[in-house]
Design a binder for this molecule. Structure first.
Ligand code: SF4
Length: 338
């Protein structure tokens, strides 16, 4: 269970029952508690960028989501559902490294009722069409679930929405915190998987592949539509055997479960120069493969360019995953391999 080093309470968090309960809860824990007189987060130490990063990742802010205008979330969903921002994991390649400033603290919202009321308005605006919300666009929401119970409340809410669907992705394993909730198939859970070699090298403070697969099997058994996001795929060294072993471990764990609704998304490693510079500042010893000479340059949809594996490598990767998945996961869907 994620135990922060410090918990910061924004002033307005005390306007909500959950904010007060969490303040009382943390009084008996071995954590620094900071009570703010405003909603401006302060009190996180750090001299250089690496220290600010580490201290930020160990800080939980209990706050109130003021902006109830949700960001769009194309192409996978219509809107982001903001329950949490940030993540306690320290994955070297994480997209959040360039999004959350120098002190990437985790901010969990206590006004979940208001956030869900807003979601209901968006669902009604689209009338008879299905509206999909993504709960992990700027976070991994699972590590703070024992404190906020935000996912459980959200899953319950969506179970009662004929035209609303909820999805989120996680690398974490405390699924007991939500799986008993009635979901009616309206929430899908995706697990981000990688080989243990990649996890040990780059995904610091996250659970092993075996533990993620164990958690996923519990979620599938409860009838949730479940996805596996294998990302980022590194085509380095003995990569085919390593990813095949990962998929075999998954197959062995879930093959006995009947009527599974499972899908796969596969994303090869890519990086921007901006991200690379940031990674080198925070993790100066990183061994992430980021040599521009080994990659092709591609313009992304948001105007900036990224370095990707070349066409032949991507074709080889597609062929590999299509073959292994179609052989060992009959009836599953591959949503994309990029
Ligand atoms: Fe980023 Fe996901 Fe790793 Fe958290 S677990 S640091 S959100 S990649």
């Amino acid at each position: 269970m994620f135990m922060p080093k410090r918990v910061i309470f924004e002033k307005d968090a005390f306007l909500y029952k959950r904010g007060i309960e969490l303040y009382e809860y943390f009084q008996n824990k071995d954590v620094e508690i900071i009570k703010l007189n405003s909603n401006r987060v302060q009190g996180i130490p750090g001299e250089d960028l690496a220290e600010k990063y580490t201290e930020g990742k160990r800080t939980l802010v209990i706050g109130v989501r003021k902006t109830l205008k949700f960001q769009t979330c194309k192409p996978s969903a219509h809107y982001q559902l903001p329950l949490v921002t940030g993540c306690m994991g320290q994955c070297e390649y994480c997209y959040l490294n360039t999004q959350l400033g120098d002190k990437p603290y985790i901010r969990a919202y206590v006004n979940i009722d208001e956030i869900l009321q807003q979601a209901e308005k968006y669902i009604k605006e689209r009338r008879n069409d299905i509206t999909i919300f993504e709960g992990a666009a700027t976070s991994d929401p699972l590590p703070v679930e024992p404190y906020t119970r935000g996912l459980a409340q959200t899953i319950k809410f969506f179970a009662e929405q004929p035209n609303g669907r909820f999805r989120f992705v996680t690398k974490f394993t405390n699924v007991e915190d939500f799986i008993e909730v009635e979901h009616k198939g309206h929430t899908s859970v995706r697990f981000s998987l990688n080989t243990d070699k990649v996890i040990k090298s780059y995904e610091h403070f996250t659970p092993s592949a075996g533990k993620r697969i164990e958690a996923a099997s519990k979620v599938i058994e409860k009838g949730y539509p479940t996805g596996f996001l294998i990302a980022p795929v590194f085509m380095e060294g003995d990569w085919k055997n390593e990813y095949k072993s990962l998929l075999m471990m998954l197959r062995d764990k879930i093959s006995h479960i009947p009527n599974k609704d499972i899908s796969f998304e596969i994303i090869s490693h890519r990086y921007t120069i901006n991200a690379k510079n940031r990674i080198l500042e925070i993790f100066p010893e990183t061994s992430l493969p980021m040599k521009e000479g080994d990659r092709s340059f591609k313009y992304g949809q948001f105007g900036y360019g990224k370095y990707v594996y070349n066409k032949e490598q991507i074709s080889e990767m597609k062929e590999f995953f299509e073959k292994v998945i179609s052989t060992y996961f009959l009836g599953s869907k591959i949503l994309y391999i990029i």
